[in-house]
Each structure stands twice: as C-alpha cells, then as structure tokens.
Design a protein around this ligand. Structure first.
Ligand code: NAD
Length: 450
C-alpha cells in the first residue's frame, strides 16, 4: 500500500518508518525543508532509540521517501496520514491550524478516492472539521473518507510501541475505510487481535482520556508524596503498598518533579477546554494540572529552603543532571528542568547543565546567559557546585562514583527529583540528600534530614 505521512516529527517519522519496515511504500512529508534535507542525507533530526537503523534501511530499500512536495506525496498515495503538531491555543484548546493546513493541501492534489487518517491528537469533532476543510476546496468533486487513528506511542520507546501496540484504534463508521485500515495494520496485528473499531467521537476522545488518566496517576502520587513529607511517611513504600493491589497496578505511580513533554500538558489542557466549551464542569481535570504546576516547582522550593540559611542563591552554583522531560528522549517541551533552571537564574544562581542527549534542544530553549554553563558529563557539571539536582532519571546516573562526585563539589547538597537513590546510602556517601515524599521535608528554621 502507498502511504503519505504529513508531518515528520516524533509521531510521523516513527509511523512512516515502521510502516515501511512492514513493506508498505511510505512518503514522509514535512514543511520543514531543513528536516527533510537532513532525512534525505540519513540524518535523523530527533533522538529515538532504534529509529535511525529502520529509517536508513528502508530509505536505502526505496520504501521510505522524504519530500516537501504535497503534489508528489498526495498523487502517489491512497492513504494520507495527518501527523502534524496540535499545540495548545491561547485558551488551552488544541490549535488545529496545522491539521487544517495539511487537509487543504491534500485536497488541492486529490486524484481519486483517498482515506485521510487523523493521527494527530485532536478534539472530538475534528474528523468533521477536516471533511469540511477539504470540501471547501473540492466542492462535490473528490471522494474521500476521514478516519481517526490516534497514536499511543511513548517517546523513548516509540519504535517498540508502534511495532507492538497495546491497541490500534480505528474510528470510523465506513466499512470501506475500516477494511483498508485493517489491511494496513495487519502486520502489527498478527500475534493477537489489537484493532479496536469504534465511532469517530469515541476514537478521538479515547486518546485524551488515556493521557488524562496517566497524568492523573502521576499527579495523584505527587500530591500524596507532599502529604508523606508532612506526616513522615515514605512514598516509595506507599507505591509498593498500593501497586500490589491488582486493581491499581504498578505503572505510572512514581512521585517526582512533575510531568512534562509534548503530550500530557497539552492534552490535559485540551480535554479541559473541550469540557469548558460544552459548559461541563471538570474539577478532576483542573486538579491534575494544578497539582503538576505546583510539583514542577518542588525542587526549586527545596533548594530555596536549603540555601536560605546559607545566604541565598547569590554566588551559588547548582549542577543539573538531566534536562529532557524524561529519559530516552531529547524532547525538552515543558520539561520540569526548565522550570527549575528559570527559577534559579531569576534568583541569581549559576547553573551547570548536563544531559546525555538533549543538550542541543536545551540550548535552543534557554537564552544564552553568563549564569549558564554547559557540561560534557555529570562529573564536569558537579565541579564546584554547591548542590546537584537530578531532574531526569537517565540510566547512566543510577550507579555512580559518588566519592568522585562529592570530592569535586564545593557543597554537599543533593536534590533527587526522581527518587533514584536510597536516602540512607546518600547520607552515608556524605550528602545532604533530599528527595520527593520520603520524609525529607526541609523546615526553614532547622534542617531536618532523614
Ligand atoms: P512534532 O512537533 O515532533 O512534529 C510535527 C511535524 O509536523 C513537524 O515536523 C512540523 O514541521 C510538521 N508540520 C506542521 N505543519 C505541517 C503542515 N501543514 N504540513 C506538513 N508538515 C507540517 O509533533 P509530534 O510530537 O510528532 O506530534 C504530532 C501529533 O501527534 C500531535 O498531535 C501529538 O499530540 C500527537 N502525539 C504525539 C506523541 C509524542 O510522543 N510526541 C504521541 C502520541 C501522539
């Protein structure tokens, strides 16, 4: 089958590469000339484990092409995926301008029946909007169906997720379109039935409900973690205690410095906006967001409390380990590290930053400042630092020579935003160690450490 993927970002490139790997002929299209030029030269513009190999192999075999030319892409394909960005608009709702721009361009080049697949995360009603947008150009000419096929891959493990999806959701009430989609996805459906067919609004809503649910688990644990610090309980033990209940399970129950990324923040905003537009009260959705906004400030507040008795942040240097919003990706969108860095810079601190893969994306997001130093590894970042804050739990930080780390530091404070280390061991190592929800509340009057 010949497929066009419009939008060659995290979702579009992975989708295109994985379909090509299964033998389909794929054209990946983007309006970003630079991105397409890079891809044509075999340079992968994002970090995603395993992706480079698949892209290169399929491009070499001629099954995966890259273009900025809508005419070429649409004329050559019978199925057109729209996988462009849907950032939040001013009121939090999903901005559909890129989706509609893609729909218009596809409509301009139609040459026979096509299936238009909304893979971007879009609010209920977008399939109808896409149809209207295309009809405004085509009039009564042109034959097409719009299908919803939300994507559930997670950055950092996107190729695996796409190759072995938990489910493939197809939203449509049109048998012809459903049959084509089933055939397209059949190579991913061999082991067991993964395809769920549903009406369009339900398919569109499922993606938002899934992300809001996952975000709610994180915010719930973060709220309980804050309470643990008040009452002297340990959130890691609470997690074990509740996760062993099969009805609750283990996934997505880690307390930390808050969630970020391109999806949870914007999708929670968008589902809230959907409720608001309908005049429907959604206090739980509001709370997910409020708790997360507070949580992204938690490490900054702990640092503030610690340094208050040591003369404040002036002349202090904080090393930050991990910048991307989670391990396994270079994605810096809404990363909690950015909240912390901005907080520290505003208060006059110097920061020494290190991330295994997100350094160049982080540089793009932070203005050049004499207060910022970029480091080549975690040890260099720790040199001369008064404190270290771990913000992304990259595996390489798990087992470190902490004697070496401490010997290079000026101070001895360690703020663990991802609960990666054992409090007693870190104390033995000589650190003033603080983490999330593990009895290490800092009282402004007297430091109480455990
Ligand atoms: P992205 O920003 O990485 O990529 C989007 C791409 O679309 C960019 O390369 C951009 O240049 C291109 N684009 C924008 N307008 C275009 C147009 N008119 N024509 C052609 N190309 C255009 O975004 P992403 O992270 O891949 O997300 C895409 C969609 O998938 C979003 O709706 C997102 O919510 C959803 N999604 C993302 C993830 C994820 O983990 N990133 C997971 C599931 C779903």
């Amino acid at each position: 089958m010949k497929i066009l993927i419009v939008g060659t970002g995290y979702v579009g490139l992975v989708t295109g590469a994985c379909f090509a790997e299964m033998g389909h002929h794929v054209i990946c299209l983007d309006i970003d000339q630079n991105k397409i030029d890079q891809l044509k030269q075999g340079v992968i513009p994002i970090y995603e484990p395993g992706l480079e190999e698949i892209v290169k192999r399929n491009a070499k075999a001629g099954r995966l092409e890259f273009t900025i030319d809508y005419s070429y892409g649409v004329l050559s394909s019978s199925v057109c995926f729209i996988a462009v960005s849907t950032p939040p608009d001013e009121d939090g709702s999903a901005d559909l301008s890129h989706v509609k721009a893609a729909a218009r361009e596809i409509a301009k080049h139609m040459n026979g029946y096509k299936i238009i697949v909304n893979k971007s995360t879009v609010p209920v009603g977008t399939a109808i909007e896409v149809t209207k947008t295309m009809r405004a150009i085509l009039g009564d000419n042109g034959s097409f169906d719009v299908v919803s096929n939300p994507e559930f891959l997670k950055e950092g493990d996107a190729v695996n997720d796409f190759m072995k999806p938990d489910r493939i959701i197809i939203g449509s009430d049109n048998p012809r379109a459903i049959a084509v989609m089933q055939e397209l996805y059949s190579p991913f459906n061999l082991n067991h039935e993964r395809i769920l067919i549903m009406d369009l609004p339900s398919a569109e809503m499922t993606k938002y409900a899934a992300n809001a649910m996952l975000a709610s688990r994180i915010s719930f644990m973060n709220e309980i973690a804050g309470l643990c610090e008040e009452v002297g309980a340990d959130i890691t033990k609470i997690r074990q205690g509740i996760a062993s209940d099969k009805r609750i399970g283990h996934a997505f129950l880690y307390a930390g410095a808050g969630y970020g990324g391109s999806c949870f923040p914007k999708d929670v905003k968008a589902i809230k906006a959907m409720a608001h537009q309908k005049g429907y009260d959604s206090p739980l959705l509001d709370a997910i967001e409020q708790v997360n906004a507070r949580q992204k400030e938690v490490i900054g507040k702990k640092l503030d409390a610690y340094f208050e008795s040591l003369g404040g942040f002036e002349g202090k240097t904080i090393a930050i380990w991990g910048l991307s919003y989670k391990p396994g990706t270079d994605d810096m969108r809404e990363a909690p590290s950015l909240t912390l860095i901005r907080f520290l810079l505003e208060r006059g601190a110097h920061v020494r930053l290190y991330d295994p893969v997100a350094m160049s994306k982080a540089r793009e997001m932070l203005k050049t400042s004499p207060q910022i130093q970029w480091s080549s590894d975690e040890f260099e970042a720790a040199k001369g630092a008064d404190a270290i804050a771990l913000m992304t739990e990259w595996k390489q930080f798990r087992f470190l020579d902490f004697d070496r780390v401490l010997s290079q530091m000026k101070g001895k404070a360690f703020f663990d935003g991802r609960n990666q280390y054992h409090p007693a061991k870190m104390a033995q190592n000589g650190f003033d160690y603080f983490s999330i929800g593990r009895k290490a509340k800092i009282h402004k009057e007297s430091l109480s450490l455990v």
